[in-house]
Write a protein that binds this ligand. Structure first.
Ligand SMILES: Cc1ncc(COP(=O)(O)O)c(C=O)c1O
Length: 448
């Protein structure tokens, strides 16, 4: 927990000019009344669902059990629905957040929070930045950071301040130095910080508890809103001390079945109300369903909701209905079992990759062993610019990695790094790819 809290009283401080102007869609705001008992709606403008050709959805799961969506559930899935999501799915996700992140009830006076479902967390991120940042604002992020977020931020001509990372992510001392020595005459002071705490994309780093406490306390002191983008949260596959015991310092524990319980998120330690948390089902159920959700302060989420009302209206009803039906079928126990199987899967893939690295890449690269996610971030020894190497020579050798510059907040300098992903290649493919990459690096060094 942080020593002191700076509870946010004025959320409008965090809004962009556009965010301040966002208002409710007059038609969409009627949705909340349409389900009231006895209500006859002549508003709305919904098409008549009886004209839709679909009768039922049947999905067979890999364990042989079945999901069946029909009747009013099917109609709800195929009809326009409320922007924040199908109410029963929204409630299921709220329960998940309460359980997983220790949240109070969403209506607790002074701490009201909400949750909005979107087409993957990428859409929530776009929506959030729309209502939070103006052109030429400053924003803080880890360097390197997720290229998908950079592609949202770059066209806004933002002053993106990339902070150096170590094996636990953003270095607090560097953040503190930047903020305390800020030149107010040159750039606007940042209001928002963007962080990827687990299995960071691309660096693979996972913040331990102390790192989160230290960063949170700096954000609280300098009044920064924290965007906690955490799609790899459920892909944490290793506790720091690798023991089966509860590890209080890092708030990670594992039971005798090998399930790693997941450490405290920024949201769970948020005494000030300064965290917007972005979750995604892409890495745990399906990326094609395009389901993500954002959780945080009610007022800020209302603005995000207003923006979504004018863009996608709501995320796919069909995808939401499939997830709802699955969660209802599974309950908490099966959900946990599924998370456990994912953790084990990625742990095994990570280990396969490490074996191949030990076999082929010794002396050619430096890297940290990730404890979550699906990425390894290699520093290529003796290579100054990885981009040329990848786009020409690696492609010729038929091995693909992503050059570090794609994730850099500072495009003025070349990057020595590449990102390797261990999620999809088979053990044999991974070994062959790492071998080809090692040959390429050796040839490069020999040619110097
Ligand atoms: C850090 C990060 N944030 C957000 C996303 C987008 O996830 P989604 O599929 O939920 O839109 C990704 C996808 O790879 C990611 O790595």
């Amino acid at each position: 927990m942080t020593e002191k809290c700076n509870i946010i009283k004025d959320y409008s401080y965090f809004l962009s000019k556009r965010g301040k102007l966002k208002e409710a869609s007059p038609i969409r705001s009627l949705f909340q009344y349409s389900g009231l008992p006895g209500m006859i709606s002549l508003g709305g403008g919904l098409p008549n669902a009886s004209t839709f050709p679909f009768k039922s959805i049947n999905i067979e799961l890999k364990d042989g059990s079945k999901l069946e969506i029909e009747g009013s559930d099917l109609e709800e899935a195929f009809q326009y629905s409320p922007t924040p999501g199908l109410p029963r799915l929204q409630n299921a996700f709220k329960d998940l957040q309460i359980r997983q992140h220790n949240l109070c009830s969403p209506d607790e006076p002074g701490k009201e929070w909400n949750l909005i479902i979107s087409n993957g967390s990428q859409e929530s991120l776009v929506n959030a930045f729309e209502v939070l940042v103006d052109d030429n604002d400053s924003i803080i992020a880890e360097n390197p950071t997720y290229s998908g977020t950079l592609s949202i931020l770059r066209p806004l001509s933002l002053n993106i301040c990339g902070i150096e990372t170590d094996r636990y992510g953003m270095i607090p001392e560097k953040l503190e130095k930047l903020l305390s020595e800020w030149d107010h005459s040159k750039f606007k002071f940042p209001r928002v910080i963007y962080l990827i705490p687990c299995g960071q994309n691309p660096s693979g780093t996972t913040m331990n508890h102390q790192r989160k406490v230290d960063l949170y306390s700096i954000c609280s002191r300098f009044n920064l809103l924290i965007i906690e983008d955490d799609p790899y949260y459920y892909l944490q596959f290793e506790s720091e001390n690798k023991s089966e015991e509860v590890d209080d310092a890092n708030n990670v524990s594992s039971n005798s079945n090998g399930i790693i319980s997941l450490g405290k998120s920024f949201l769970s330690m948020d005494v000030d109300g300064r965290v917007l948390r972005f979750d995604s089902l892409s890495k745990i159920l399906s990326s094609g369903l395009r389901i993500g959700f954002v959780t945080g302060n009610k007022y800020l989420l209302e603005k995000i909701n207003f923006h979504q009302q004018s863009t996608t209206l709501h995320s796919s009803g069909l995808s939401q209905a499939v997830v709802l039906s699955l969660l209802n079928k599974w309950g908490i126990e099966k959900w946990n079992q599924h998370i456990q199987s994912i953790q084990r899967f990625y742990l095994e893939k990570r280990n396969q990759m490490i074996e191949s690295i030990d076999r082929h890449l010794k002396g050619l690269v430096e890297f940290n062993v990730p404890s979550a996610g699906m990425f390894i971030w290699f520093k290529l020894l003796g290579v100054e610019d990885s981009k040329a190497l990848i786009f020409k020579k690696a492609v010729e050798k038929k091995v693909l990695l992503v050059p570090g510059i794609s994730f850099s907040t500072d495009l003025s300098k070349p990057s020595q790094y590449v990102r390797a992903c261990f999620s999809t290649a088979s053990k044999e493919q991974m070994d062959e790819a790492i071998k080809r990459f090692a040959e390429l690096l050796s040839e490069e060094l020999n040619n110097k």
